[in-house]
Write a protein that binds this ligand. Structure first.
Ligand code: NAD
Length: 476
């Protein structure tokens, strides 16, 4: 790692922010107001475990409250620290503005290796952490709504919502205090896959802009593209699975904690994922050749590199050797500010994190709305929509019979057309629309201004401009 030569994650985000505001027309006061992190709460709490009291350290950082509630995941990892949660909270502010979800930015973290604790212990730890945050309104449907991130998932969110509801028995909107819950505990269909699905939609939209793809020296669609993925967790697995099984891309390398797998013919993602879940690593998986130094695979020839593990993996040490012409930042902050500059000079196109992985918060928004409205999406309209479609089909068939035209509608078409959209279809449709719209706004900014040199700068400008407008409308 180039740790000592690199700025911190927080500084890296600020440097990216500074590049954008340098070409914007904001007053210095407003610029500073948007950049700074409003507050970071640190909590140290004890839990009685394994015959003694263990102390844990957790954080909840609120970057911007220009809209409330503020939103952002909770991460469980030993590397969690104040600088990291503040950087991630800042990214949440810009991300929410970019995809037009009505939230400010926040993030939380607990310094813990979840693999060291069993399920019951993790529940005790999570409930205690949640208790500390709930009593300070740092988890609340109206003020601060967490979600899963690295090391957490539906299970932790279910514990958190239950803890909130025990402490707020009369809050009818209690289920909206956290998103990413299991569907039987107030969650929404399509949330688990959402961030990976968003990566797929982002890539599809990128290739729908041939001029943008040409700037990376690429053409066509995702079909046949060679992909390298780092991190086969929630985000990486879903992204890789969707682009291979639905778009014809080929994943030629997968990098995990214990090393990487390489196979130029492409791998079956589900098989690798099953192996990873069963064995805790990818070593020995027959889908590809095992490479102990997994990070070296980041430097292999490919069309698209998807870093989906954690921040800082493309840095001053390896940026020069990255060959991928297109990087899509599925993780938050995988490219450091220093590496970003090197890659820009080389002409590498980077689809930035604040756009690329916004699928998670987008579907979290849908879940929050669902919780507040207390009704599943599609419940009122679905059968009515089907009945109207049936009317049209009946009329077409009657006309065909009356006029002797001999038209027959294929059974496949009829079945598809007659099926009203359920929650999952509606969620995917809303996510696709969001990812397309956001990409169009940043692509327009990128191509429309000489001084906007890259997609990241464009995304920051669009996002910061929206946050600035929101502050201005409040009279700041
Ligand atoms: P996860 O814990 O489900 O998966 C992370 C994966 O990366 C795991 O399989 C892990 O083994 C692997 N990994 C960890 N260290 C590694 C290393 N050094 N090299 C290779 N692989 C390594 O986490 P996730 O939820 O998929 O999050 C991944 C990234 O995506 C994070 O940066 C997170 O902030 C970001 N993100 C997640 C969401 C979400 O909805 N979960 C939303 C937006 C952004």
């Amino acid at each position: 790692m180039a740790a000592n030569r690199e700025p911190s994650f927080r500084d890296s985000v600020d440097m990216m922010f500074n590049r954008a505001v340098a070409v914007m027309d904001l007053s210095p006061g407003l610029e500073e107001k948007i950049r700074v992190c409003n507050s970071t709460y640190t909590v140290r709490f004890g839990v009685r475990l394994r015959g003694g009291i263990r102390t844990f350290t957790g954080y909840r950082s609120v970057h911007s409250e220009h809209m409330e509630p503020v939103k952002g995941g909770i991460r469980y990892a030993l590397s969690v620290n104040q600088d990291e949660v503040e950087a991630l909270a800042a990214l949440m502010t810009y991300k929410c503005a970019l995809v037009e979800t009505p939230f400010g930015g926040s993030k939380g973290g607990l310094r813990i290796d979840p693999r060291e604790w069993d399920e019951h212990e993790l529940e005790l730890i999570t409930r205690r952490f949640a208790y500390e945050l709930i009593k300070r309104d740092l988890i609340s449907p109206a003020q601060n709504v967490p979600a899963p991130d690295m090391g957490t998932g539906e299970r932790e969110m279910a514990w958190i919502v239950d803890q909130y509801q025990r402490m707020n028995t009369t809050d009818i909107n209690g289920a909206a205090c956290v998103t990413g819950k299991p569907t039987n505990a107030g969650g929404i269909a399509g949330r688990v896959e959402a961030t990976g699905r968003g990566i797929q939609y982002a890539l599809r939209e990128f290739f729908r802009h041939p001029h943008d793809a040409a700037r990376a020296g690429l053409a066509g669609s995702l079909d046949g593209k060679r992909v390298i993925v780092q991190g086969l967790g929630n985000v990486g697995y879903h992204a890789a699975e969707f682009v291979t099984t639905e778009d014809g891309a080929r994943v030629i390398a997968i990098i995990e904690r214990d090393g990487g797998l390489h196979n130029p013919n492409g791998m079956n993602i589900q098989a690798v994922r099953d192996w990873l879940v069963a064995h805790g690593g990818v070593e020995g998986c027959p889908e590809g050749t095992f490479v102990k130094d997994g990070a070296a695979l980041l430097e292999e020839e490919c069309d698209i590199l998807i870093p989906a593990a954690h921040e800082g993996v493309i840095n001053l040490d390896n940026a020069d050797r990255i060959k991928a012409p297109l990087i899509i930042e599925a993780a938050n902050g995988p490219v450091t500010a220093g590496a970003d500059e090197i890659l820009r000079r080389k002409g590498t196109i980077i689809i930035p994190d604040l756009y690329a992985n916004a699928g998670g918060v987008t579907v979290s928004y849908f879940e929050w709305v669902k919780n507040l409205s207390h009704i599943r999406f599609g419940r009122m309209e679905r059968r009515q929509e089907e009945a109207r479609h049936q009317l049209l089909i009946d009329e077409l068939e009657r006309l065909s019979a009356d006029k002797g035209l001999g038209w027959t509608l294929s059974p496949g078409f009829k079945q598809q057309y007659l099926r009203g959209a359920g929650e999952l279809e509606l969620v995917r449709s809303g996510l696709d629309d969001t990812m397309r719209g956001a990409y169009q706004s940043i692509s327009q900014m990128w191509n429309g201004r000489q001084d906007v040199t890259d997609l990241r700068m464009a995304a920051y400008i669009v996002a910061i401009d929206r946050v600035a407008k929101s502050y201005r409308s409040k009279g700041l």
